[in-house]
Write a protein that binds this ligand. Structure first.
Ligand SMILES: [Zn+2]
Length: 169
């Protein structure tokens, strides 16, 4: 499985050709005689709420460096989504949560940087988390604030705006 259109087989490196399967043109490896499917990339994020405030991290890395975003990111291949988002929350803000305390909020879909992305979004109240937010490796800062507060302090990542508005309305 690949998340961008591939030219070579990820297993054996042979040039891929094209076949029609289930009514769609798909890439096929003549070496392995297998269809190489292109799939969406799964990502997960969490909105930690404290009344009208939310926990965001100011991104230290591209894309959207310098903007505030919801903690989250790519899932490891062997990682359940709730466990992955708890890991990302800890890595980006220092705040800990038991994956079992996360509530699934929605599953959405978008195209980002040419890739099809399926977003798995969780919410959790601050009272169910442990620890005070602080900057970590991938964040310049992390704190609870209102959306207006984050807008006045550099702005909110376009990838998080829609979700945050939906959660807080
Ligand atoms: Zn192959």
């Amino acid at each position: 499985m690949i998340t961008v259109p591939g030219e070579y087989c990820p297993l054996c490196g042979t040039d891929l050709d094209r076949v029609t399967v289930e009514g769609r043109e798909r890439r096929h490896c003549p070496g392995c005689d297998r269809v190489v499917r292109q799939n969406s990339k799964p990502v997960a994020s969490v909105v930690v709420t404290d009344g009208s405030r939310v926990l965001l991290g100011k991104r230290a890395v591209e894309p959207n460096r310098g903007l505030w975003g919801t903690p989250g990111g790519n899932l490891e291949h062997d990682e359940p989504p709730a466990a992955g988002v708890a890991r990302e929350l800890r890595e980006e803000t220092g705040v800990r949560v038991d994956p079992d305390d996360l509530d699934l909020y929605r599953v959405d879909h978008a195209t980002r940087e040419g890739r099809s992305v399926v977003g798995i979004r969780y919410v959790v109240p601050r009272a169910a988390t442990d620890g005070e937010p602080e900057a970590r490796d991938e964040t310049l800062a992390a704190r609870f604030d209102t959306l207006d507060g984050f807008r006045d302090d550099g702005g909110i990542s376009p990838w998080s705006r829609d979700l945050l508005t939906a959660v807080l309305e």
